[in-house]
Design a binder for this molecule. Structure first.
Ligand SMILES: Cc1cc2nc3c(=O)[nH]c(=O)nc-3n(C[C@H](O)[C@H](O)[C@H](O)COP(=O)(O)OP(=O)(O)OC[C@H]3O[C@@H](n4cnc5c(N)ncnc54)[C@H](O)[C@@H]3O)c2cc1C
Length: 400
C-alpha cells in the first residue's frame, strides 16, 4: 500500500479504510474514473477493536476467500447466568467463524488498489465542506482534495456524520477486550456471560481463535451510562466471575477496546454525501456485530453510486435510493433488534437466572440450534413461540 500524491479532484472520496470503506472501494474502483480512500492509521486493520466473530454467510454473500482470514470454526455457545448456571446450544454445523480482522480489512483494500483506487494512509480527514455540489476535504499533512461524492465510512465517531449534521446513533456501547493465550477450552464453542455485575447492559465473551482452544479473544461491553469504567468489569471477568474458571491461566498478549454505535440512522444520504457502516450505526443491536449488516448496506450503496456516476448527479434524490435500499433489505431486522435491546437493557440478574433455566430444556435448545441465526435473530421468535408456547409465561410482557 503505497501512498500516492493526491489529485485535486476525485469522483468518489471514502473516509475510512475499515471493512466497509474498503469493500465499497473494491466494488467501485473499476467503475468510476477516480476514487480516493483516506485512512488515519498507518496500517489498514490496526489497531483491532473487534471480537472478530462473523457468520460463514459473510464469506458466501460477498465472495470473500477464507484463506488467511478464518482462524477457527464455531459450532455452538455456552451461555452463563450470573450464578454460573449454563445453557449450551449447538450441533455439528459451523455457526460462526473467528477471523483475523487485520487480514479481513486488508483483503478489501488490496482488492481496491488492484482496481486502481488511491489509498492514503496516515492521513486524517480534519474538515469537509460542500460548495456547488462539490465536497472539499481538508486532511492532515497539508493535503486536500475535492470530490463529487463523499462516503463517510469513518466508524462510530464519524466526522462526516457530525460535520454534515446527520442524526446521532441512539446509544454507544463501551467495549474492552484482549487476546489471551495459555487457556484450555473446547475450540468449537464460544462462552457468553450475562449479568449486571459482569457486563451491565450487554454481555461478556470468550471466543476461541485457534483450533487447539489455547487462545481466545475475550471481552465485554457495558452500556454508555454505566458509571464504572469497562476496565473495572474486565478485571472482574478475569478474577471473579463464572469466566474466571476458564481464564485462570490466561496470559494477555494484546489489549483491545472500542465503541459500538447502536440505532441505525434515519438519514444516511444527502446531497453529495452518504454514510455507511458504523458511521451510520448499521449494527446488530443484539450482538453488537457490525460487519455483516455494514456490508449488506455497503452492497446496497454500490448501484446507487454507479447510477449517480453515470448521470453525474449526486443529489440527495439519487443518493437516497441507497437509504431506501438498505432499509428495505435489513432495516426491519435492525429495528426489531433495537426492540429486543430495549427489553434486554431492563433485565436483571433474576431474569437471567430464570431464562437460562427455562430455556435449558432439550426442546427449546433444539429450536434455538435449528432456527437461531446470529445475523437475523428475529427469525427465532416465531418458531420459539409456536413450538414452545410455554416460554410466553416467562418472557417480558412487551414481547407478547
Ligand atoms: C469490542 C468490539 C467487539 C466487536 N466484535 C464484533 C464481532 O465479533 N463481529 C462483528 O461483526 N462486529 C464486531 N464489532 C463491530 C465491528 O468492529 C464494526 O461494526 C466494524 O468495524 C465496522 O466497520 P466500519 O468500516 O464501518 O468502521 P471501522 O472498522 O471503525 O473503520 C473506520 C475507519 O475509519 C478510520 N477513520 C475514522 N475517522 C477518520 C478520519 N477523520 N480520517 C481518516 N480516517 C478515519 C478509522 O481509523 C477506521 O480505520 C465489534 C466492535 C467492538 C468495539
Amino acid at each position: 500500500m503505497v501512498n500516492r500524491h493526491m489529485k485535486s479532484m476525485y469522483d468518489i472520496g471514502i473516509v475510512g479504510a475499515g471493512p466497509i470503506g474498503g469493500f465499497i472501494a473494491s466494488q467501485l474502483a473499476e467503475y468510476v474514473d477516480s476514487i480516493a480512500v483516506i485512512e488515519q492509521h498507518k496500517t489498514v486493520g490496526k489497531p483491532v477493536n473487534c471480537a472478530g466473530l462473523i457468520t460463514p454467510r459473510v464469506f458466501d454473500t460477498f465472495s470473500i476467500p477464507k484463506k488467511n482470514i478464518v482462524q477457527n470454526e464455531i459450532k455452538g455457545a455456552h451461555i452463563y447466568a450470573p450464578s454460573g448456571k449454563k445453557l449450551s446450544i449447538g450441533n455439528e454445523n459451523v455457526q460462526a467463524l473467528s477471523i483475523d480482522r487485520t487480514a479481513f480489512d486488508q483483503y478489501f483494500i488490496t482488492q481496491a488498489e488492484k482496481e486502481k483506487a488511491s489509498v492514503f494512509l496516515k492521513t486524517k480527514v480534519l474538515s469537509v465542506q460542500r460548495e456547488d455540489h462539490i465536497v472539499e476535504v481538508i486532511c492532515s499533512n497539508n493535503q486536500q482534495f475535492s470530490c463529487s461524492c463523499l462516503i463517510g465510512a469513518d466508524g462510530p465517531f464519524s466526522k462526516v456524520r457530525d460535520i454534515f449534521g446527520f442524526p446521532q446513533p441512539s446509544e454507544f456501547l463501551r467495549g474492552i477486550g484482549a487476546v489471551v493465550k495459555d487457556i484450555s477450552i473446547d475450540p468449537a464453542y464460544v462462552h457468553i456471560f450475562l449479568g449486571c455485575d459482569i457486563a451491565p447492559g450487554f454481555f461478556a465473551w470468550v471466543i476461541p481463535i485457534d483450533k487447539k482452544g489455547t487462545m481466545a479473544r475475550i471481552g465485554l461491553c457495558t452500556h454508555q451510562h454505566e458509571p464504572r469504567p469497562p476496565k473495572y468489569y474486565f478485571e472482574k471477568l478475569l478474577n471473579k466471575s463464572p469466566a474466571s474458571d476458564i481464564l485462570k491461566s490466561a496470559k494477555i498478549i494484546e489489549k483491545t477496546g472500542g465503541v459500538i454505535p447502536l440505532g441505525a440512522l434515519k438519514t444516511t444520504a444527502m446531497d453529495n454525501v452518504i454514510l455507511v457502516g458504523d458511521a451510520a450505526a448499521q449494527v446488530k443491536p443484539t450482538s453488537g456485530g457490525g460487519i455483516y449488516p455494514g456490508l449488506v448496506c455497503a452492497n446496497q450503496c454500490i448501484p446507487t453510486i454507479k447510477k449517480a456516476f453515470e448521470s453525474k448527479n449526486y443529489s440527495s434524490e439519487i443518493l437516497n435510493t441507497y437509504h431506501e435500499a438498505w432499509r428495505s433489505d435489513i432495516g426491519r431486522e435492525l429495528s426489531l433488534g433495537m426492540q429486543f435491546r430495549k427489553i434486554f437493557k431492563n433485565l436483571n440478574d433474576k431474569h437471567f437466572e430464570k431464562y437460562i433455566e427455562k430455556f435449558n430444556s432439550p426442546a427449546i435448545r433444539n429450536i434455538i440450534t435449528e432456527y437461531g441465526d446470529i445475523d437475523y435473530p428475529s427469525k427465532l421468535v416465531k418458531p420459539l413461540i409456536r413450538k414452545a408456547p410455554s416460554i410466553l409465561r416467562v418472557v417480558p410482557k412487551i414481547l407478547k
